[in-house]
Design a protein around this ligand. Structure first.
Ligand SMILES: Cc1cc2nc3c(=O)[nH]c(=O)nc-3n(C[C@H](O)[C@H](O)[C@H](O)COP(=O)(O)O)c2cc1C
Length: 445
């Protein structure tokens, strides 16, 4: 069934359900002979995994990654990489009481409408657990980007109206909400725990910054970089909004305020902008400034508070979702956002390298090899034709050397030489060798 894959050249397909045997990802398009660190992927999964603190779900999964294919002795093989995470701490019994009830805000009703069948345990494929595969793949994409100095940092910007007043990257991983402002982090944590006690949940805003992204990534018009980022980020469960740069605030600004003024940076000579309302992308193409994206994370729907709903036959019922659920998704969404961003940027990087393939000595040599291969095909075809000419000449007792014909061929080639940007000396030398070879072939047959 379609809809499980993302990317064009660097492409991922995720698989698995929350309470099935495993979740995972298949990654295609990773170059061979690249260093591959399983440890770095595990680090990313550890940041996403449940049971990290009081503000996340109590489900306790080790989320140990297993590399099933595509890697040999720490290097990529250029073949598909399959990464798997077993589901271990399942508690399907917790879902027995709500088996036939539609959880308000969850995907049971729409999955059933679409497929006519659904794995109700933990949301099945619609569960946040599916994102383990995305994060594992994001770990691979991050390794590719890191080699080019591209870094992605995500964090919780706000929770229930409490907003980070400063962005200190080194603070993010020091608090359970992953907020770059320690003061705001404390307030957020207190608020989440209070609302959790009340049997409810909270939403928030997660922001990500992409540093050192080169100018030129993004394929207008339908694969604009921000369009692909929006699609990737909105595909994360529980994401209800996307912004880039000034986002919705742009609607209330004047052109003179919103335009980012260009200047030439001293020292590097780079063209830069003084402000970054564009969020690092103009016309769908990265401009070399930081790319800044934001997503709205909804309050998770699974709450123990009593709510009104209907069962699968439409009968009015009351539901209390007990189980182990996140009271606020932001801390666990942070690594998922970073991963989706990394996947999109890695894909566009590969696409750009193909477009501007004359970038490195290796790629230019590849082009030369390809051209030489074509030359061999053409020379071989010419030799075949020359052999046929020799057969006809011998049959008709026509002399093999034909200086008039040779002068004709040479004259025509020299006339074309200038247009083809080739010197007459070079063309003469090539055709001298060609004529000698032709006479030999015609004589021998
Ligand atoms: C990492 C992660 C963990 C999640 N955990 C929960 C959860 O514990 N309880 C819940 O109701 N929803 C959770 N969700 C959100 C649901 O999967 C999502 O709301 C549901 O599939 C409906 O999809 P929608 O909100 O995108 O429309 C989680 C999402 C993510 C990304």
């Amino acid at each position: 069934m379609a809809g499980n894959a993302l990317g064009t050249l660097f492409r991922i397909t995720t698989f698995g359900e929350s309470h099935g045997r495993a979740v995972g990802v298949l990654i295609d398009g990773v170059r061979p002979n690249m260093d591959f660190s399983e440890g770095d992927i595990q680090k990313e999964l550890d940041r996403r995994r449940p049971g990290q603190s009081g503000v996340t779900t109590a489900r306790s999964e080790a989320d140990q990654v297993q590399v099933l294919s595509g890697v040999f002795e720490g290097k990529t093989l250029g073949t598909p990489i399959c990464l798997l995470v077993w589901n271990k701490d399942q508690n399907p019994k917790a879902y027995d009481s709500i088996k036939n009830l539609f959880r308000p805000g969850h995907a049971g009703y729409t999955y059933l409408s679409k497929y006519g069948i659904q794995d109700y345990r933990g949301g099945g494929r619609s569960s946040g657990r599916e994102t383990a595969g995305r994060v594992a793949a994001g770990g691979v994409a991050k390794q590719i980007l890191a080699k080019r100095g591209i870094r992605i940092v995500g964090y919780t910007k706000s929770v229930d109206g409490i907003t980070a007043q400063k962005i200190v990257f080194s603070e993010i991983e020091k608090n359970p909400v992953r907020c770059p402002d320690p003061e705001a982090a404390k307030k957020m944590e207190r608020k989440i725990l209070k609302v959790k006690k009340e049997g409810d949940s909270l939403g928030g805003v997660v922001e990500a910054v992409i540093r050192n992204c080169p100018a030129g990534l993004g394929d207008p018009v339908f694969d604009k970089l921000e369009a692909d980022l929006a699609k990737a980020l909105l595909s994360i469960p529980a994401i209800k909004g996307f912004e880039i740069g000034s986002g919705f605030a742009a609607a209330a600004m004047k052109g003179s305020e919103h335009n980012d003024e260009f200047y030439k940076e001293k020292g590097t000579g780079r063209i830069r902008t003084k402000t970054n309302y564009a969020g690092g992308i103009l016309g769908g193409i990265s401009n070399g400034e930081d790319i800044v994206v934001r997503v709205a994370v909804k309050p998770p729907s699974s709450i123990p508070k009593a709510q009104s709903t209907v069962d699968t036959r439409g009968k009015r019922r009351t539901i209390k979702v007990e189980g182990r659920h996140d009271p606020c998704l932001c801390p666990r969404v942070v690594p998922v956002v970073e991963s989706m961003v990394a996947l999109v940027i890695a894909d566009h990087l590969v696409r750009q390298m193909l477009l501007r393939r004359t970038g490195s000595l290796g790629s230019v040599r590849n082009e030369i090899d390809f051209t030489d291969d074509m030359l061999m095909v053409l020379l071989s075809r010419r030799q075949e034709l020359v052999r046929e000419v020799g057969r006809l000449k011998r049959k008709g007792n026509v002399p093999i050397p034909d200086p008039r014909r040779e002068r004709q061929i040479m004259g025509k080639r020299l006339a074309l030489a200038a247009d083809a940007n080739l010197t007459p000396e070079f063309v003469k030398a090539v055709y001298k060798a060609v004529f000698e070879h032709s006479r030999r072939v015609q004589r021998k047959g």
